[in-house]
Design a protein around this ligand. Structure first.
Ligand code: E4P
Length: 198
């Protein structure tokens, strides 16, 4: 199982990289905003530290703009994965960018039907949001299991990896691992909590 770190804080990324457990990084506009730095500068800095996949999210809601932003982001480094939202426009961008051999992380996934669409369109990763579902009283973990099972049934056609996102506890990391998620993107604080048993 791969572990991505869910942050745009350079010092946190540097410090956790020393552990050798970080296979990649996911960022989002809020995390970049919190870092207080320019978007492309942060993405470049991260890609210089971590050699695995770095998700960088588009900001437009329109397919054509997402595609041009995605092409632009992919030029920053060869390990950039373009993150697009699971909307109709995002799916169009996913298909077009994937056809150009640009890796795509389809984010903000809240149902297995949505995940099936992203899988059919060649997404490299699908990001189901566990914590956000829990917040509205829907068990997020069930979604991980459903998607892992569906993708497994169609494993000859769908190569998309399940990237469990919006993780809020060490327990959820174990739970998504048991369900067979390919990747968990984990906030730095939770990685620290995973190390130390009280
Ligand atoms: C994933 O790529 C997202 O950055 C992240 O997991 C968002 O989750 P949250 O906003 O619920 O913390």
């Amino acid at each position: 199982m791969k572990f991505f770190i869910d942050t745009a804080e350079i010092e946190e990324i540097k410090s956790l990289s020393r552990l050798g457990l970080i296979d990649g990084v996911t960022t989002n506009p809020s995390l970049i905003y919190k870092s207080g730095k320019d978007f492309k500068t942060v993405i470049k800095e991260i890609s210089d530290i971590v050699k695995g996949p770095i998700s960088a999210e588009v900001t437009s809601t329109l397919a054509d703009e997402m595609i041009s932003q995605g092409i632009d982001l992919a030029k920053i480094s060869n390990n950039i994965v373009v993150k697009v939202p699971l909307t109709k426009d995002g799916l169009i961008a996913c298909k077009e960018l994937s056809l150009k051999n640009i890796k795509v992380n389809v984010t903000l996934c809240f149902s297995s039907a949505q995940a099936l669409l992203a899988g059919k369109l060649g997404a490299t990763y699908i990001s189901p949001f566990i914590g956000r579902l829990d917040d509205i009283g829907t068990p997020g973990l069930n979604l991980i299991k459903e998607i892992v099972d569906i993708y497994h049934i169609f494993k000859d056609d769908i190569k998309t990896q399940v990237l469990a996102a919006s993780i809020r506890s060490p327990l959820q990391v174990s739970q998504v691992a048991m369900m067979g998620a390919h990747v968990a993107t984990i906030p730095p604080k939770i990685i620290t909590q995973m190390i130390k048993h009280p």
